[in-house]
Design a binder for this molecule. Structure first.
Ligand SMILES: [Fe+2]
Length: 262
């Protein structure tokens, strides 16, 4: 990875998620600013509906040699399937030196390690045939694969956090889905709406035990279209989602210049 060694052992991360370019939000190269002020750029998924690749390529080229790290969100797979989209992201990673697809990805920077995956949700107990989420209809293989994807991501995170727990590195985890319920402000309008429609469980995972046991320094996430910056046990959790342009699910607190030091 070029030009990403943190100075004074602090890593400066430009961070955002849920850019949702399919809603005519700004194109990704709009965010190719402040390149002198950060070490790496991380996006936590939902770039667009299955054509994020074009936008990511433009942004990676615009910020080079700074590195762009990406975890996919559910929207990145809409109108397609997991294997097709993952293959496209791996192909982009092969073609562009400064792009990294965090699909069970581990980027070891010496003083910090970045660990990433989508963090597919835990739907145990739900009858997904009746569940009001587009994902099951718009991602071809989602409904039949959700249990495997959930277990696969959880096992990856658990094993990787365990492996680095006693290393002298700061662990940074990136998932699209918030790691746990306490990473959501339950008084926010978006959370209140999800609770009203019985959908909140689709907007967080059940990684409380992983956070408590392995204490990563930072957990970056998206999926909820609002902002969050708070502590869960000893881990700082941050969300900086853009949301749907032209809709009430646009996050008015989105900070396109957010840089986090860890
Ligand atoms: Fe989203």
């Amino acid at each position: 990875m070029d030009n990403t060694e943190p100075s004074n052992k602090l890593l400066r991360i430009k961070f955002m998620s849920d850019l949702h370019q399919e809603f005519n939000s700004p194109t990704f190269d709009h965010y190719a600013t402040l390149t002198d002020l950060y070490d790496i750029f991380i996006i936590a998924g939902d770039g667009s509906n299955c054509n994020s690749i074009i936008e990511i390529e433009k942004l990676a080229n615009a910020i080079a040699p700074k590195s762009l790290l990406y975890v996919t969100g559910n929207h990145d797979y809409y109108h397609s399937d997991r294997a097709t989209i993952d293959d496209a992201f791996y192909h982009l990673q092969d073609c562009i030196d400064n792009f990294y697809f965090l699909n069970h990805g581990i980027i070891d920077l010496g003083t910090h390690v970045v660990i990433g995956c989508t963090g597919w949700q835990y739907f145990n107990g739900y009858n997904i045939d009746n569940y009001p989420m587009n994902d099951f209809k718009l991602i071809d293989d989602h409904a039949k694969s959700i249990e495997f994807w959930y277990n696969d991501d959880r096992n990856f995170l658990k094993e990787t956090l365990k492996n680095f727990q006693n290393e002298d590195v700061k662990m940074i985890v990136v998932t699209h889905v918030p790691p746990c319920k306490s990473a959501i402000d339950l008084s926010s309008k978006e959370a209140v709406d999800k609770i009203r429609y019985g959908m909140l469980k689709a907007y967080h995972n059940n990684y409380d035990d992983l956070i408590k046991k392995y204490e990563p320094a930072l957990w970056l996430c998206g999926h909820m279209h609002n902002s969050f910056d708070g502590m869960v046990h000893n881990t700082r959790v941050v969300r900086n989602a853009h949301g749907y342009f032209g809709s009430e699910r646009l996050n008015k607190e989105f900070n396109e210049h957010l840089i986090i030091e860890v």
